[in-house]
Design a protein around this ligand. Structure first.
Ligand SMILES: *Cc1c(COP(=O)(O)O)cnc(C)c1O
Length: 457
């Protein structure tokens, strides 16, 4: 357990004062009293610093050829987040009309939005074109025709990128690795599908092919996979130049930069990974006699992940005897897989700390579990926790900002937790806690009626 609040894992303002943890200069126990538990707490200073540092690192690595650092909305989005992302000079990567609606709600600059997705609906494509998003990243041959038709109907020339699959194994968990061949995303370079897609886009006057894109996975620790992906995309840029005599101007290398969840995790910094990738991109372009394209990235997790923590209250504890004669201490908290599905979904691992006091009690072999009716409702499978933890204690799980609240569900009719923003001793909700009334509000009593052509068949 991270008693020492390892700065690689915890938000920048996390402290322990007289044993009590604080974030943004506010005691965690005060946050729990005011807003209840479970709650997500967002360290505003940490978030702003991370967003700014990725935008800056991209600038420094690529200089005048730096494209846009698109924040991946799916990691966590709200109107407040979208405003901060804009203020920090980043763009926004959205992949549904719901995420686009958040961008539109804050007048996010359209030119700095890209629309992603392997199955964008007609209406999503139409909404994005109506808002004049800078690029649509196309993911299938059918979608090439679909986007071309909708843009043509609106008399618009839509900028597009092609999402390619460079066949890079990003050495991460299967479910979050997308760059190898047998996946739903992108056009495979190896099979020739990528080049077919290039030729197909070129047939449409309503599409402007701006460049190529790849996103090879998530939680990638070293630059090597990004380098390999970039070099394979550059080979297609060279082929394009050879074929058409002009060069594509944009290269989007996607997201997937790792963060630390455990003390043993050693992610690269923005500067480290981007400077290595930039060097490789420059070398490959030189070799192929290509001008340097504008290079963009799509960081999500690495910006919001470490900025947020989850506060839980302990409800019950239970000792369970194991077959080998040892025992395990089950510590149950008041949330679980409805606010953090990642352990159940990917076997993701987290750290945890006792927050309302420090403890010098001997530690016990423990498992932190949620309150859902599932054996797999585990937050931390194995951790050494102080043996004096009692109901009412507060446990805080760091690095829950990405794919925490954004993947939250109402399983067991649990209400989804709020997101509390803290800065300089002040706290406010940016997303409130749901209520039972919110859940019940979805239910309506309708008279059965004939629909469609009516009558029975
Ligand atoms: C998920 C995703 C990202 C962001 O991934 P992170 O691991 O959060 O950085 C970027 N681009 C695309 C296309 C994605 O699907």
């Amino acid at each position: 357990m991270s008693q020492d609040l390892n700065p690689m894992i915890w938000p920048v303002t996390a402290r322990r004062v007289n044993g009590e943890m604080s974030i943004g200069n506010i005691r965690v126990s005060d946050l729990a009293d005011e807003f209840g538990t479970p709650s997500f707490v967002l360290d505003e200073a940490d978030f702003q610093a991370r967003a700014g540092s990725w935008a800056k690192a991209l600038q420094e690595a690529f200089g005048p050829n730096a494209g846009t650092a698109y924040y991946a909305a799916k990691s966590f989005i709200s109107t407040q987040i979208a405003r901060w992302i804009d203020e920090a000079g980043l763009g926004l990567d959205v992949c549904t009309d719901g995420e686009l609606a958040v961008a539109i709600a804050v007048n996010f600059p359209a030119k700095k939005i890209e629309l992603h997705g392997n199955n964008k609906s007609e209406s999503e494509i139409a909404s994005a074109i109506d808002y004049r998003v800078g690029v649509i990243v196309i993911d299938s041959l059918q979608e090439i025709d679909r986007v071309a038709r909708i843009a043509h109907e609106k008399s618009i020339i839509q900028g597009v990128l092609l999402r390619l699959n460079p066949g890079v194994d990003a050495d991460t968990h299967e479910a979050i690795s997308t760059g190898h061949e047998d996946v739903k995303f992108g056009f495979s370079i190896a099979s020739g599908a990528a080049w077919d897609a290039v030729l197909s886009v070129k047939k449409h006057e309503s599409l402007e092919l701006k460049g190529l894109h790849a996103h090879i996975g998530s939680q990638i620790f070293t630059p090597a996979a990004f380098e390999l992906s970039a070099s394979r995309l550059i080979s297609i840029l060279a082929k394009y130049r050879d074929e058409f005599g002009v060069e594509l101007a944009e290269l989007d290398l996607g997201g997937g930069y790792a963060i630390a969840y455990l003390d043993s995790d050693r992610p690269s910094s923005a500067e480290e990974v981007l400077s290595v990738v930039a060097k490789r991109v420059k070398a490959e372009c030189e070799k192929a006699l290509l001008r340097l394209p504008r290079v963009s990235i799509e960081p999500g997790r690495v910006i919001v992940g470490p900025s947020m923590v989850t506060i839980y209250e302990v409800g019950t504890t239970k000792e369970v005897s194991l077959a080998d004669g040892s025992d395990r201490w089950y510590v149950s908290v008041d949330g679980g897989m409805s606010d953090n599905i990642r352990p159940a979904l990917y076997g993701a691992e987290y750290s945890i700390a006792l927050a309302n006091r420090s403890s010098s009690a001997p530690v016990r072999n423990s498992r932190v579990v949620g309150k859902h009716c599932e054996t797999g409702d585990i937050i931390i499978r194995e951790v050494q926790l102080p043996s004096d933890i009692v109901p009412g204690d507060l446990l805080v799980v760091p690095a829950t900002g990405a794919y925490g609240r954004s993947m939250a569900s109402n399983y067991n009719h649990m209400v989804r937790p709020p997101v509390i923003c803290v800065l300089n001793g002040k706290a406010r909700s940016i997303i409130r806690r749901e209520t039972h009334r919110d859940l019940l509000a979805l239910e309506i009593e309708e008279e059965p009626r004939n629909i469609g052509k009516g009558g029975s068949r």
